[in-house]
Ligand binder design. Structure first.
Ligand code: FES
Length: 566
């Protein structure tokens, strides 16, 4: 029996009330058992990357109606990555929880999930996985390539590069401001291989989209065509009773890890994929990213690891062309929402520009996936994206320059008297899930001006923070346990020697166990938030290596509702 039958199917007073309040233009046959499909829509003027989703949702609605369903707009919590403070990740779990509850509470048989900006697709997928009603994602798509000074300006990555030029004194502040409107050329999310692009593409690799839709630029009319087809598909999903738990399997997550490496995707995908898998009880660990992905070659020449941008990837053949290159590494059993395996959609894929999508035999880098490091500085692991790092720094030993907080970092980094050079290792504490709180994207600390002036653009940096998917550098992230949870990172001091050895997967600080014990006796935890969401979050957030979900949100509650108050 459909869920909506529980609301509308009877002839008693309760069914009367449920139907009557929905009859604002809906005909009587809207309640004859046809599927009601919500469009969980993260469109918001304050989430500029998703602002166009109202138009996209109209195409979805047309498709739902064409297939005989009822389309219902469901605005949900939206997170504008660049707008919300202190960091959007603080609310990924809140958005997921709110969306989950609204999907469960409302009379719907299925849902189309409309997202784009970084946290929105992860939150939607976490919610849909926990409710486990038929669901399909429409990724909002990337913006078109902007140009500045005659060359493409990648959104996000371009900002990092230009701001470093300003800090190095090679670009004026006025010219920097002039670049703003050049960078954001159209509707859509960031057009580098940042987190939004990564998660939109991985939503398709996981099997949760109409095959072929991911990566379609937001202003491209083919996105509306695919959105329409997704509406039709949503009705078919309800008819087939195909649920996220049938699509999101360990096989589909391992395929996503392969794709993440081949695409050169964001390190943020680690915490998002772990959190989505956690909602379904799928055994997925941080080590799976290294074991399955680290040997996969980087095939896509997109910023921040390379040169091009998302509409170049689409023009060059798109996601399917990339996946075809690594087809032998994909699990053929992993299904999509259509009921067909992902790999069955790759036969016709072609590469139209070998500059953008490399052949397997001529990769940009032979081994591109996330590496997971362990050692006395990271007992539960830390991650690094070697494809965004400098090869000469992947094995490095240097003197720690420690910043206890991001505020201390900002206060000191431009000070010419700061005792730091390019061989040092910058260490930032208290920016993890509990420490910031919200695990901010501050791990790619800007370099000190006196180092930049030498023409040096990278140093080893270590933190418990995340890094924007549009950023680059030899940046060790997600160090776990984090400093605020009493991890060894909290005990590192200025002058300690730190050894990074990515090939050996080692992150070690040359401090004896006795000295660590002495320092630990003096360590004091941060003052915890006292009320509201931040208190709930800090009390319950899990560490990065587990996906940074709240402990009580791990798992699923299904779609059932035991009580009705009418
Ligand atoms: Fe929205 Fe980058 S700010 S995707």
């Amino acid at each position: 029996m459909r869920r909506t039958a529980e609301w509308y199917g009877g002839d008693d007073r309760n069914s009367y009330i449920h139907r009557a309040w929905m009859r604002r233009g809906l005909p009587a046959d809207a309640f004859d058992g046809r599927p009601h499909i919500a469009m969980a829509n993260t469109a918001s003027d304050l989430t500029p990357c998703n602002a166009h989703l109202n138009e996209v949702s109209r195409s979805v609605a047309d498709g739902i109606h064409q297939a005989g369903g009822i389309a219902l707009n469901l605005p949900v919590v939206s997170l504008g990555e660049t707008q919300v403070r202190p960091t959007a990740m603080l609310w990924r779990n809140m958005a997921a929880m709110a969306i989950e509850e609204m999907l469960r509470a409302n009379p719907i048989d299925g849902v189309v999930l409309l997202g784009g900006c970084d946290k929105t697709i992860p939150a939607l997928l976490m919610a849909a996985a926990s409710v486990d009603i038929p669901a399909v994602v429409v990724p909002g798509g990337p913006m078109l390539t902007g140009t500045f000074r005659g060359v493409p300006l990648g959104c996000g990555t371009g900002v990092w590069q230009l701001s470093e030029e300003v800090r190095a004194g090679t670009m004026s502040a006025a010219e920097f401001v002039r670049s703003e409107s050049s960078m954001i050329r159209s509707r859509g999310h960031c057009n580098t291989m940042g987190t939004a692009s990564t998660m939109g593409l991985l939503a398709e690799v996981l099997g949760m989209t109409l095959p072929g839709i991911a990566g379609t630029p937001a202003p491209d009319s083919r996105l509306l065509e695919a959105a329409h087809a997704t509406g039709v598909l949503a009705v078919e999903l309800v008819d087939a009773e195909r649920r996220p738990s049938q699509v999101l399997t360990r096989a589909s997550f391992l395929n996503a890890i392969v794709a993440l490496a081949a695409l050169g995707g964001s390190t943020n995908a680690v915490v998002h994929l772990l959190a989505i898998a956690g909602r379904l009880g799928i055994e997925l660990t941080q080590d799976d990213f290294d074991r399955v992905g680290s040997g996969v070659p980087l095939l896509v020449d997109l910023q921040p690891a390379g040169r091009f941008l998302m509409d170049d990837l689409y023009r060059a053949g798109g996601l399917h062309a990339v996946l075809r290159e690594v087809r032998d590494l994909l699990d053929p059993a992993a299904l999509t929402v259509t009921g067909q395996p992902l790999v069955s959609y790759l036969d016709d894929a072609r590469v139209y520009d070998r500059e953008v999508i490399r052949a397997r035999e001529e990769p940009l880098q032979p081994e591109a996936g996330i590496a997971v490091l362990y050692g006395n500085l990271a007992p539960d692991g830390a991650v690094i994206k070697p494809s965004a790092a400098s090869a000469h720094l992947l094995k490095h030993r240097g003197r720690a320059v420690v910043f206890e907080t991001i505020e201390e970092f900002h206060a000191k980094i431009d000070d010419e008297s700061l005792d730091i050079d390019e061989n040092c290792v910058m260490v930032l504490k208290n920016c993890g899930p509990k420490g910031y709180p919200g695990m901010a994207e501050v791990g790619n600390m800007p370099l000190p001006p006196k180092v930049l002036r030498k023409g040096i653009t990278d140093m080893v940096r270590i933190s418990d923070a995340r890094m924007s998917g549009t950023a680059y550098g030899t940046v060790v992230l997600h160090t776990s346990p984090e400093a605020a949870a009493g991890g060894p990172l909290a005990l590192v001091q200025n002058g300690d020697m730190i050894e990074l050895d990515v090939p050996a997967r080692r992150l070690h600080v040359e401090v004896s166990d006795e000295e660590f014990a002495r320092r630990r006796a003096d360590w004091k935890p941060l003052e915890a938030p006292k009320r509201g969401w931040q208190k709930l979050y800090v009390d319950h957030v899990q560490q990065a290596h587990l996906g940074a979900d709240l402990d009580f949100l791990v798992g699923a509650s299904g779609a059932g509702i035991p009580r009705d108050s009418h």
